[in-house]
Design a protein around this ligand. Structure first.
Ligand code: UDX
Ligand code: ADP
Length: 472
């Protein structure tokens, strides 16, 4: 029987995704005396995590391969044996997916908690002795209560007991390892002093204890939603400014710099772009909106909803710009899409602005050559809900697309090049070569402000830059 006051020796993490994988790798690396097992219902995913060839890991994250090669099968294990991993664990992280509900009450707004619920049921069935259950996935406020209720149903069985903590993840993809190793803060929400200390003891192996903030569970859950809402709000704000700049002759980067040097405002998260993507921002704001409505605060709900409306507006605005610069017609035209992930340094495409833009352009009849350094063809097929076109060269089939590994092949014979993700690979392209291989008049659309406008123009290409007053 496990003892409540004993040190944590075995950790189980349910969910081997973008949060569970990197987070447990770092914990295993920093706590060699603790056995960490990551489990998932997706056996294929677990097999990929166990691949000898580290290039086949299911997620791409800079420096993750180094950590995995150090700790895997030392004290970090990826397993399909959910039952036994839960049984052995003193502490269990729930890191499962919580996407937006697609149907039923709260559809399009509330989180779908079916995976969280099923994790809680698995824990309730298999756990032995005292187990600390930590919610790590981004969850709507008061989910810990649901978890507690499900776990409580098994209290009467033998000698099980649980404490539930909230410990939201603030890592940003593409920078996950650094965010985990050097967090601005670690937030722990809970009531049970011993459990909080047990979790704290893990983090203090590498995080200064002054950075560990303890709150009640609800404050912890709400802080995660609010932090993401504030970050997303800054992006929507600067994106509205990009439109004002284009209309008025100002330059959005200059404005962002001038505004961001005010210490009270700060320079981070002021990069304009094609709209924010990723699995968190939209979902968390929608959760906040749902909560506000639930608590009878419709004005507050409307305020936050506007952040998402502006994000959608920015995405649609870029689509309309592309079509209008190509004389209002994209049929029989090839367009090169550079970047499909929602940001650089990740293979994640969840809520990527590329998805809606590509769908709109395909619907308009364009033929797309899609390139991304890390996103695979089958993921793009899933996201677009459309298979790759078999006839890649026959008159640029209307509304077709194909995956192109080479950037220059993607651009070859195209009428337009749309830069959607800020991958380093796209920063210093050979614009003279591009000018030779595109069909004139060719347009370059830079939605991330990563290319040198002078070089593009000197190469004889037309350029549209987000938030650039010279576009007029
Ligand atoms: C975010 C939060 O940053 C993180 O704390 C939380 O745990 C999960 O959600 P993530 O979605 O991985 O992380 O990436 P982030 O760097 O925040 O970018 C989100 C989106 O905003 C991306 O599409 C990115 O391109 C966009 N973005 C970000 C901008 O358009 N401009 C910016 O200045 C910053
Ligand atoms: P995140 O970005 O939050 O990590 P992901 O979708 O990348 O989200 O990963 C969540 C993982 O959780 C998925 O691999 C999914 O298969 C797994 N999962 C969901 N429900 C369960 C469950 N009940 N038991 C085990 N794994 C689960």
């Amino acid at each position: 029987m496990k003892n409540l006051k004993s040190k944590i020796k075995n950790i189980c993490c349910i969910g081997a995704g973008y949060v569970g994988g990197p987070t447990m790798s770092v914990i295993a690396d920093k706590c060699p005396d603790i056995m960490v097992t990551v489990v998932d219902i997706n056996t294929e995913k677990i097999n990929c995590w166990n691949e000898e060839d580290l290039k086949k890991l299911p997620i791409y994250e800079p420096n993750l391969e180094d950590v995995i090669s150090r700790v895997r099968n030392r004290n970090l294990f990826f397993s399909n044996d959910i039952e036994n991993s839960i049984k052995k664990a003193d502490l269990i992280f729930i890191s499962v997916n919580t996407p937006i509900k697609e149907k039923g009450i709260g559809s399009g707004k509330a989180s779908n908690l079916k995976w969280v619920e099923s994790s809680a049921r698995q824990i309730s069935s298999y756990a032995e002795g005292h187990t600390i259950v930590v919610e790590k996935s981004t969850l709507p406020v008061r989910t810990a209560e649901t978890i507690k209720n499900i776990l409580a149903s098994s209290f009467k069985d033998n000698n099980k007991s649980f404490s539930v903590l909230s410990n939201p993840e603030f890592l940003s993809e593409g920078n996950a390892l650094d965010d985990l190793l050097n967090p601005d803060r670690v937030l722990i929400g809970g009531e049970d002093y011993d459990s909080i200390n047990a979790l704290k003891e893990i983090y203090t192996r590498w995080v200064d204890s002054k950075k560990i903030i303890c709150t009640n569970v609800w404050s912890s859950e709400l802080s995660k939603l609010v932090a993401n809402a504030f970050l997303a709000q800054r992006i929507s704000s600067i994106n509205t400014v990009s439109a004002i700049c284009e209309a008025s002759g100002a330059e959005v980067n200059e404005v962002a710099k001038a505004v961001g040097t005010d210490k009270r405002i700060g320079s981070k998260f002021l990069n304009p772009g094609p709209g924010f993507g990723g699995s968190c921002f939209k979902k968390d704001i929608l959760n906040l909106v749902y909560l506000c409505n639930h608590f009878g605060l419709p004005e507050v709900a409307e305020y936050w909803e506007q952040v998402i409306k502006m994000n959608t507006w920015q995405q649609e605005r870029i689509y309309k710009v592309v079509v209008s610069r190509l004389f209002g017609n994209v049929v029989n035209k090839k367009l090169a899409i550079l970047g499909f992930s929602f940001k650089s340094n990740t293979n994640d495409t969840r809520e990527s602005p590329a998805i809606e833009l590509c769908k709109n352009l395909l619907n308009e009849g364009a033929f797309l050559a899609i390139n991304d350094p890390k996103v695979k063809k089958n993921q793009i097929e899933k996201d677009l809900n459309l298979n790759e076109s078999p006839d890649q060269d026959i008159n640029f089939s209307e509304g077709g697309w194909y995956y192109e590994e080479s950037v220059y092949n993607a651009i070859d014979k195209s009428d337009g090049v749309i830069i959607l993700t800020e991958w380093n690979e796209y920063r210093n392209l050979d614009w003279d070569k591009i000018s030779r291989i595109t069909r004139k008049p060719a347009w370059i659309f830079d939605t991330r402000l990563i290319i040198d406008p002078i070089k593009v123009k000197e190469a004889g290409l037309n350029l549209w830059r987000l938030g650039d007053g010279n576009n007029r």
